[in-house]
Design a protein around this ligand. Structure first.
Ligand code: PHE
Length: 365
């Protein structure tokens, strides 16, 4: 038997080792190649999405590195840790490159954002256009001011109203023409869009004990085809005073103070007999034309007077409907259309323009 000396490797054994060495070198080579490919790919990437794709492709669970490491099964127990070490270094290198690339992209994105959002402080500013109160709002503010100065409070009521408050409680007979489907917008049998602000009278009297002194302003609705003088939506102001000993004289005095404030100190008033279901006696009230003072002009159509409002003493039935004893208390009420007055005041000849929201119109007031 040939003695085995140190360093002597029999031929067969040598081939075996050589093949093993070869295998290890191949794995190492593969890892190196992978590292270079991954790093160059990462350095080319220009978005986070591409970086993430690269990470999954090279380092992910089903990625290239894992695939190579799986092939290590063919290596011997001594070789495996060696390759493992190299693999870890490769992984680390790729991870570091990824981190750096991520940071670079983030910096670039931030830089871009800062540039795009940069403010040129020398640019002239955008002009902010100031709005204006609509002429109707101005009129309503004026009206409120005048009545508040006389001790009235401002009450509110719903625009979607019940037939009870709009008609029944106001003593309107079942066959009153204003109840007709062709005159009033019905939501259903019992609910309508209010045709007047008068239902607020009832709502206030139901809740408040006299003395009562309120005005209420708001939208009303009637089934009118729009034209120059008609709009299915318009505005009214309602007034109501209830107390012991209120008379027609109080009504006249109040309206006169109002008219002098609203139309001018020389304004005169004229009461014409009329009929409303909820007042008795009732009147229509005219004022001397604020434009010509009574001599006749285009605003008053030559008659010197303009029709301003409806008014009267609260009907005892209405007081009773609201739980107020007409033997003890009396009251007056008035109701006035705001749109027509505003049109006359500013010489507006078509009501529809009030509701078109055209800035060229509104800016004139
Ligand atoms: N509500 C009436 C109308 O719309 C006006 C009015 C109110 C009349 C109050 C008298 C009392 O025509």
């Amino acid at each position: 038997m040939v003695p085995r000396s140190r360093g002597f490797v029999p031929f067969g054994m040598g081939l075996f080792l050589y093949v093993k060495l070869e295998r290890r070198l191949i794995v190492e080579e593969k890892l190196k190649e992978l590292k270079e490919r991954a790093i160059s790919k990462i350095n080319e990437a220009d978005s986070m999405a591409i970086l993430e794709k690269a990470r999954v492709h090279y380092l992910g669970k089903k990625g290239e590195l894992t695939k190579i490491l799986r092939g290590m099964g063919a290596l011997s127990a001594e070789e495996r840790p060696l390759i493992g070490k190299i693999a870890n270094i490769v992984r680390e290198n790729i991870e570091n490159t990824l981190e750096e690339a991520k940071k670079a992209i983030k910096d670039r994105e931030l830089e871009k954002k800062l540039q795009s959002e940069a403010i040129d402080v020398t640019m002239p500013g955008k002009k902010i256009r100031t709005g204006r109160r609509h002429p109707l709002t101005q009129a309503m503010d004026d009206l409120k001011k005048i009545f508040i100065s006389m001790g009235f409070e401002v009450a509110e009521g719903p625009e979607v109203e019940t037939v009870y408050y709009n008609f029944d409680a106001l003593n309107a007979p079942q066959n009153h023409p204003s109840r007709d489907m062709s005159d009033t917008f019905y939501i259903n049998e019992n609910v309508i869009l209010r045709t007047q602000t008068s239902p607020v009278q009832v709502r206030v009297m139901e809740k408040t004990k006299p003395p009562i002194r309120i005005v209420s302003l708001g939208r009303c609705f009637r089934n009118d085809t729009p034209d120059a003088t008609h709009s299915p939506m318009f505005h009214q102001i309602e007034g109501l005073v209830v107390d012991k000993g209120i008379t027609m004289g109080d009504l006249k005095g109040t309206l006169e103070v109002f008219a002098k404030h609203f139309f001018g100190p020389d304004t005169q008033m004229k009461f014409r007999p009329h009929n409303f279901p909820f007042t008795e006696p009732s009147a229509e009230v005219d004022a001397t034309c604020f434009k010509c003072g009574g001599t006749g002009c285009s605003v008053c159509k030559g008659v010197g007077w303009i029709e301003v409002l409806g008014a009267g003493m609260v009907h005892p039935n209405v007081l009773k409907n609201c739980g107020i004893d007409p033997e003890i208390y009396s009251g007056f009420a008035f109701g006035m259309g705001i749109d027509r007055l505003t049109m006359q005041k500013y010489g507006i000849d078509d009501i529809r323009i009030l509701f078109e929201n055209d800035m060229r119109f509104i800016n004139q007031f």
